[in-house]
Ligand binder design. Structure first.
Ligand SMILES: [Zn+2]
Length: 407
């Protein structure tokens, strides 16, 4: 009996010892979860401060207009579950809420679709402003940089043309959308200077894409993107066709159709019209199947009139056994286009602004952006609702089936 008791005591002591060791080891081992970023969205700023100080992170608090409740955290720069280390910079964005009157939110307002062609790395242009030809279709690199700086500082943020056509406008509250387009597939749109050791294309920093990529780094919230409209010669560097097209779509740019031979649609047959459009779609299908946009920038703006017989062949047809359908066309424009939510919106015949200088007259950039000050699209920060001042409610059509908010 006595001996049995001793065995029991030893057993109990052993169990207590094991439990203690396990507990000590558990407490001394740094919890792996402690080094991982947590989700701060919807938490309070005090909670974020506590988290940052307990992990020795440098906390930066930024504010942003947002449909989310005022003072709630809406974004963080470090992804959830990512490893964090002492001294890391943690940036959080806190919602300022939205004051529609103060921000002048108006999603019935106009949207500029800018039309560019070539970007030239020269300084001795002899035409007005940054124009390189008499019509201002060609621009200097310096002028293009100034344009982009001006759009950004004036509160414009880029959106994809295809998103606009589909009624998706994802822009921060109080800011306005802008769309950048390039026609003609000129070499200076994306100039390849060679391949790196991994076989990736090396892009000239002085071409259009070079400039756009530098703005992507300079202003990450600019949401840099553009749509390039090509002819049969693509970007005039046939040895790199496949690499260029794939690089563009992989890096957030879009490719559209500008007809095979830059045809004048008022002076060709229906069969030729179908061939002009269908062959470019087929060409894009070969290199970037289902990754291009079914949008046509009308060459010369032709046939100028939607009632022209050839216009239907631009919208749909069948070429070499393949059917095609075009969701939108772009004209050679002069002024801003309507909101996609406006009664006036017709995506099959969109106006553009010619991006050129003319001393503030003849619908140049300066003149157009002055006009836009009176009626520009100003976002509510929520792509899933349409917000307009009460007196503009009847200017809105609900073809995109989004809820409409008025104030
Ligand atoms: Zn053209």
């Amino acid at each position: 009996m006595k001996r049995k008791l001793n065995v029991n005591r030893v057993l109990i002591a052993l169990i207590i010892l094991v439990v203690l060791i396990v507990l000590i080891v558990y407490l001394l081992t740094p919890n792996k979860k402690d080094n991982l970023m947590i989700d701060l969205t919807n938490k309070t700023v005090d909670e974020a401060k506590e988290f940052a100080s307990s992990h020795n992170l440098n906390l930066e608090i930024k504010e942003k207009y947002s449909p989310a409740l005022k003072d709630t955290i809406i974004e963080q720069n470090i992804e959830v579950d990512k490893e964090i280390n002492e001294g890391d910079n943690l940036v959080i964005y806190v919602s300022l809420g939205i004051n529609y009157e103060e921000l002048k939110v108006d999603e019935s307002g106009d949207v500029p679709i800018m039309m560019y062609h070539g970007i030239h790395n020269i300084t001795d242009n002899k035409y007005t402003g940054g124009n390189v030809d008499v019509d201002g279709y060609q621009r200097t690199k310096e002028a293009f940089e100034k344009d982009l700086e001006f759009y950004y500082k004036s509160g414009y943020r880029m959106i994809r043309l295809e998103d606009y056509v589909n009624g998706i406008i994802d822009v921060e509250a109080g800011l306005s959308p802008i769309i950048i387009t390039f026609d003609d597939g000129l070499e200076n749109n994306i100039k390849v200077t060679g391949l790196d050791e991994d076989g990736n294309i090396i892009i000239d920093p002085n071409c259009a894409i070079g400039v756009l990529e530098s703005f992507k780094k300079k202003y990450p919230d600019f949401n840099v993107t553009a749509t390039f409209f090509v002819n049969g010669g693509l970007f005039q560097q046939s040895e790199y066709n496949e690499k260029i097209l794939n690089w563009l779509v992989d890096n957030g740019y879009d490719i559209g159709n500008h007809s095979y031979s830059h045809a004048d649609f008022t002076s060709i047959s229906k069969e030729q019209a179908v061939q002009e459009i269908g062959s470019v779609y087929n060409l894009l299908d070969k290199y970037i199947p289902s990754k291009y946009v079914n949008i046509v920038a009308l060459p010369f703006g032709s046939p100028y009139d939607k009632d022209h017989d050839n216009f239907n062949s631009i919208l749909k047809g069948s070429y070499n056994g393949k059917e095609y359908q075009t969701i939108a066309t772009l004209r050679v424009g002069w002024e801003a286009e309507s909101s996609p939510f406006s009664n006036d919106f017709d995506k099959t015949f969109l106006k553009r602004i010619r991006a050129y200088d003319n001393n503030g007259v003849e619908f140049d950039i300066e003149m157009n952006f002055k006009i836009l000050e009176n009626n520009r699209y100003i976002s509510d920060g929520d792509k899933n609702t349409i917000t307009v001042p009460k007196d503009k409610e009847n200017e809105i059509s609900n073809s995109y089936k989004l809820p409409i908010k008025t104030y």
